[in-house]
Design a protein around this ligand. Structure first.
Ligand code: ZN
Length: 366
């Protein structure tokens, strides 16, 4: 039984809470901390809350809020990933005790957005933390691949001096006053704007704590939105249209920073996966966000606004079938959007009154 556990800060990474416990109780070795909090040796994983089930059983006497769901939802980057994963994946994550789990939240493929090699932090946030709390902490959002700026201070994030791979072998660490320095990187005004937009979209996803959405949900919405821009058809041109839209919308240095640049002629870029049911789940969430902002203006708009593709505008429409009793009346309420097999153009199919049905009664809407 332990007699103390620190109160987590908003958006504090799970690792950081453990690190503050380690420092507050004055443990000399991380092994002591692991034994006290997790009951045995755990391999600290910076993406997943290892040892969480045991930890919760140890600390729920301090607060009813301390549950597995609380730590997963409020103190890990899992809420950023889970809307893009399957329901089964989500169930597995929440049921897991994170003891010997070997799950990578983000792909390690060289073709994907690269994982961060260092912890990232904002020097301005750190100054504020030291002033108000007397200590610093690691912010979970700053650790997400593709996040290079602080949306609060509109400044570039800094890399910590040690590699994450080295930190697993030493005592728990939090950023201190010595880590306050000028960022080594600077970004152009234009690049900053795109980086801040992206970071705000990531924050939105984290705050909403969405559950899993189906691949069909993403693909049909992308196609609807493409349709609104006039790029959904013909289907065989979609890949080309999408690549062109992305390359023309985003600056090259922004896409390069996100390991997502491709040439317009590239037939094997990551872009077709956005609308491919077999590959949609394997896409990095950052790449979904790139398309969402391009098509909807922001991730919030994408998820919250109705984006149905309406190539014929709002109904009801006038019936143009002279054999129908409603000929020339505004009586058509539903239109089924299809692609004509011969010319690959968009076609609206309606059904007229059964009383007057003939094989030719499927007709185009004006
Ligand atoms: Zn900041």
């Amino acid at each position: 039984m332990i007699g103390y556990f620190p109160t987590p800060y908003e958006d504090e990474l799970y690792y950081s809470i453990i690190a503050r416990y380690h420092i507050h109780v004055g443990n000399l070795s991380r092994k002591h901390t692991n034994k006290e909090l997790f009951g045995k040796k755990v391999n600290i994983n910076l993406e997943l809350p290892m040892g969480l089930a045991h930890l919760v059983s140890q600390i729920n006497i301090f607060s009813k809020e301390f549950t597995k769901e609380y730590f997963i939802n409020q103190h890990t980057v899992i809420p950023f990933v889970k809307p893009f994963k399957s329901e089964e994946w989500n169930e597995k994550i929440y049921k897991s005790d994170f003891k010997n789990l070997y799950i990578f939240l983000f792909s390690y493929s060289k073709y994907n957005v690269k994982n961060k090699k260092y912890f990232y932090y904002c020097a301005e946030c750190l100054k504020e933390q030291l002033k108000s709390n007397g200590e610093g902490f690691w912010n979970r959002i700053h650790q997400i691949p593709g996040i290079f700026v602080c949306t609060r201070h509109k400044t570039p994030l800094l890399e910590y001096s040690l590699k994450i791979s080295e930190m697993g072998f030493i005592n728990y660490l939090i950023p201190t006053i010595e880590d306050i320095r000028e960022p080594l990187r600077s970004y152009s005004e234009e690049l900053m704007k795109y980086l801040i937009d992206l970071a705000e979209d990531v924050e939105y996803i984290i705050r909403m704590n969405y559950k899993s959405f189906s691949e069909e949900y993403y693909i049909s919405k992308y196609v609807d939105l493409l349709g609104k821009k006039g790029f959904a058809y013909p289907i065989k041109k979609r890949r080309e249209y999408l690549q062109k839209l992305i390359i023309e919308y985003y600056p090259t240095d922004f896409l390069e920073l996100l390991d997502s640049f491709f040439k317009i002629s590239d037939k094997f870029s990551w872009v077709p996966s956005l609308i491919n049911i077999e590959e949609n789940r394997s896409l990095h969430p950052i790449r979904h966000l790139l398309l969402m902002r391009l098509l909807s203006g922001s991730a919030k708009n994408y998820f919250e606004k109705e984006n149905s593709f309406k190539p014929f505008g709002e109904g009801p429409w006038v019936c143009m079938n002279p054999f129908c009793k409603n000929y020339l009346k505004e009586n058509i309420k539903n239109v089924n959007v299809r692609v004509n097999n011969s010319d690959r153009k968009i076609q609206g199919i309606i059904k007229v009154s059964a009383k007057y049905y003939t094989p030719s009664n499927n007709c185009r809407v004006l």
